[in-house]
Design a protein around this ligand. Sequence first.
Ligand code: CTP
Length: 152
Amino acid sequence: MKIVITYGTFDLLHVGHIHLLERLSRLGDRLVVGVSTDEFNEQKGKRSLYSFEERSKIVSALKCVDQVIAESDWQQKATDIEKYNIDIFGIGSDWQGKFDHLKEHCEVVYLSRTPNISTTDLKKSLSRIDSESIQMIKQGLDNVLELVKTIE
Ligand code: CTP
C-alpha cells in the first residue's frame, strides 16, 4: 500500500486544489492531507475565510482524500512521514525545492500548479464585488433621495 501526504490551507476550495489532490491521490492508494490550523496560518501571515474545522470538513468530504490531519507547525512533516508510513510527500510547484530535505524520509514530488486560480485571487474578486455592491446600494439610495426631493 502506497501512502501519499500533502499540506496546505485549502481556504475557499477551488479547482486548483481539486486538480492537485486528485493527481496526488492517483500517485498512491491513500491520500492524507494536513490542513493548516488557524494558529499556524497566522504564523504564515495568512488569514483564512473558513475556520480550520470548516476547511477540514470540506477537504474530508472529497472522494480523493482518505484522511485529514492538522498541520500546526513547520517541523511536523518528518514525524508525520514516520507516523503515517508515508511513501510520497507531494505539493504544488510554488514550493519547488523547499521540501527537498524530506527526501531522506520518503519520495518528494512537486506538481505543477493549475494556472490562473488561487485563494488570494478569489478573495480579491470577492472584495471587489463587495465594494461594487456597496456602490450600487449607495447609488440606489441617492436616486430615492432625489425622487423624494422632487415630490416635496
Ligand atoms: N495549488 C495548485 N494550483 C493552484 C493553487 C494551489 O496546485 N492554482 C496547490 C498549492 O501548490 C498547494 C495546495 O494547492 O500545494 C494548497 O495551496 P493553498 O496555499 O491552500 O492554495 P492557494 O490557492 O495557493 O492559496 P493562497 O492564494 O492563499 O496562497
